[in-house]
Design a protein around this ligand. Structure first.
Ligand code: ARG
Length: 439
């Protein structure tokens, strides 16, 4: 069943029909397609392009079709080229010839461009909500666990930080992701309906009306660009890729932290799995899967860029390839955000293990150098002195704070009793030396 065929002598090969059909994946656009058609038909009616009665009849049939789909009375499947053909042919079957007027002053090119914009705008808003929820959970879990932990550079213990600060670093990343999504929504918020195939239409249509009714800021400016712009899908895929990169970094930390080597957290049983051979194993599959899935989202970005590269204006069938990969990136990102929020919300934070790791790591070495600087030494000289103290401690097998004042004085006469307070981990954090640590 097709919407075209008048100029063909032979039918399409079955092979080509299957190859060409997008119904199996664009069926998820049914709501946008029907809503877009309802607004289009109202515009045609208002502009006297079709009669009042015709408009009402088509709108009524569209609403019934939507209801039947949502109540599972009709399944979107069969020998149709795409969701647009499915809707229109079903409408003709329902109300006959009058339905054939629906496609006046419209092409499937502006129709699919509209459907994808509506759909991606809605989904981008959902992703934004998921980001907000995850950000809030990170903040809460951070604030509920205001404990000291080692901060790392090069994955080597570096300086003391708090668990709160560490969680809020991820919250900050996801806040930036929200801004990126908001920006993408702002840019895509223009209505392509009325661009028609590529060159607009001879009918006196009202694009302001359709744009407003469909919730867009305005109609797109240029017809050729309006039907063939897929920048917003690329931009959202780039945003999703960055989100996945952030989720993957967080996953990596959770995987490391839940190992016996770190032992800073334990992942709730609900988000871990066991081994079929090693009975003792509890594997962090949740974060591992999130880390692994980042690859397919990056794949979407490259795939869309490659599909669009070198495409001449205006619509080309290549663009049908935007859907499966974009939907996959969308579903993957959304699911990963939801799962990560639960992993964070249910994990157990091991305060004592983190504190022990801090104590074992000379994490106050920089503070010792700062102390010497406060007492008049140049930083480079202080750095050297503390390096020598570390060597001495390593040989003795003790922490800096365990050295006696006499031992410290062997390295510099600047040391006095107040050094112990200065380099105490808890004191240095609460004193506000690291004054944004709890923000
Ligand atoms: N299924 C097509 C797509 O996703 C719809 C537009 C078809 N337009 C056309 N002129 N054949 O891009």
């Amino acid at each position: 069943m097709k919407l075209w065929g008048g100029r063909f002598k032979k039918g399409e090969s079955k092979l080509m029909e299957d190859f060409n059909s997008s119904l199996s994946f664009d069926k998820r656009l049914y709501l946008e397609d029907i809503n877009g058609s309802i607004v289009h038909v109202n515009m045609l009616k208002n502009c006297n392009i079709i009669s009042e009665d015709e408009g009402k009849e088509i709108e009524c049939a569209l609403r019934e079709l939507l209801k039947d789909i949502e109540e599972n009375k009709i399944e979107i499947k069969g020998n149709y080229e795409d969701i647009h053909s499915f809707v229109e042919i079903n409408l003709i079957e329902r109300i006959g010839n009058v339905a054939k007027k629906l496609h006046t002053a419209r092409s499937r090119n502006d129709q699919v461009a509209l459907d994808m914009r509506l759909y991606s705008k809605e989904c981008a808003i959902n992703i934004k909500n998921n980001l907000e929820k995850l950000g809030n959970t990170l903040k809460c879990v951070g604030e509920n666990n205001p404990y000291i932990m080692p901060g790392y550079t090069h994955l080597q213990r570096a300086q003391v930080v708090t668990f709160t600060h560490h969680m809020k670093a991820y919250e900050a990343m996801f806040k930036r992701d929200i801004k990126r999504i908001e920006n993408a929504i702002e840019i895509l918020d223009e209505c392509p309906l009325g661009c028609c195939a590529l060159a607009g239409t001879t009918y006196n249509i009202d694009r302001e009306f359709t744009a407003k009714e469909l919730g867009f800021k305005k109609p797109t400016d240029n017809f050729l660009d309006g039907v063939s712009d897929r920048d917003y899908l690329i931009e959202l895929s780039a945003d999703f890729s960055i989100i996945m990169m952030h989720l993957s970094r967080l996953s990596e930390e959770l995987i490391l932290w839940s190992s016996k080597e770190f032992d800073f957290i334990s992942i709730d049983d609900e988000f871990a799995t066991g081994s079929s051979i090693m009975p003792q194993k509890k594997n962090p599959d949740g974060p591992e899967l999130i880390r692994g899935k980042s690859g397919r989202v990056y794949g979407t970005l490259i795939s869309l860029l490659t599909t669009m590269k070198s495409l001449p204006l205006a619509y080309n069938k290549d663009m049908q390839e935007d859907k499966e990969v974009f939907f996959d990136a969308l579903d993957t990102t959304s699911k990963c955000l939801i799962v990560m929020e639960r992993i964070i919300g249910t994990m157990k934070v091991k305060n004592e293990s983190m504190r022990n790791a801090v104590k074992a790591g000379f994490l106050n070495a920089t503070e010792v150098a700062d102390y010497l600087v406060c007492n008049g030494m140049a930083f480079r000289d202080a750095h050297k002195v503390v390096g020598e103290i570390i060597l001495f401690c390593e040989e003795k097998g003790v922490n800096i704070e365990k050295l006696t004042l006499d031992e410290l004085k062997q390295f510099s006469s600047c040391f006095t009793e107040d050094i112990y307070d200065f380099i105490d981990y808890e004191v240095s954090i609460t004193k506000g030396i690291k004054n944004n640590m709890n923000m």
